[in-house]
Design a protein around this ligand. Sequence first.
Ligand code: GLU
Length: 305
Amino acid sequence: MRKTRIAGAFAGIAIAALALTACNSGTPGAEPGTGDATGDAATSENPWTVATDVTLEGSPTFDRIKAAGKVKIGVKEDQPGLGYLDPATNVRSGFDIDIARWIAASLGYDEDDIEFTAIPSANREQAIVNGDVDYYVGTYSITDKRKEQISFAGPYFITGQGLLVAADNDTITGKDSLTADDIVCSATGSTSIQRIKDETPAQTKEYDTYSACVEDLKNGQVDAVTTDEAILIGYAAQDPDNLKVVGEVFSEERYGVGIAKGDTALQEFINTMFTDGGEVWQAIFDKNLGASGVKATQPDVDPVG
Ligand code: GLU
């Protein structure tokens, strides 16, 4: 831990400008979703359409969903703006959650048919391999190592790794400023913790979740939290007086939908949905991240996931 910190007079203002808004009244009117079959109509709050009479040949996952009559989706629930469960209202929100709902709707399943399960970074591949979830949508970077066990649809979003520090910390200004005195916290099994271990002299601390790291940061137990900037901006927005995101991003994280390895029918279905559904993607982005300061445009899908 470093002992001396100099107050950054403008840090709070900078982060306040990035603040996420809980109010979605600025959502633009959205066009209906993909596909020609329409059940429930698209709205600006749910800018997709629940399809009817969906057939998907050759997808073991879709066969399982049909047999169960429900969709089991793995998500995060402590990442505001991306995957969040409000403990007071029990309402799930975020860009990833809406991407997950859009996929379910395109398969013919609405909110009542979805069973969300929070699964931490380290347990995602195993949950998919076990069939505990039909698919996973939660800041899940596409990597070759993960592709040994599972497949990905997408990418549907691109961000990069960043650093979150105390608002009055002026010594950590980016990845290259990290020293062996710094303790950097991240999630077990993430690309973020691995990169800090591989590319910096900093000490590391690991938890299942990033929110546990943020608590440690607020209590002065660690010097920085590292993960994707889109995630960090959500935490900073919740506590702009005490937290700030610093420096340039230092990786490219391409978010994919985790699916069972080799389910190419489902992979192609989701990829086509993304490719044809640019307006829905934009409405989902605007609704959840438009006011956050997160900058992104929809990426092209990678056919080999
Ligand atoms: N996107 C990175 C990863 O998939 C970090 C965020 C996360 O752990 O979900 O490892």
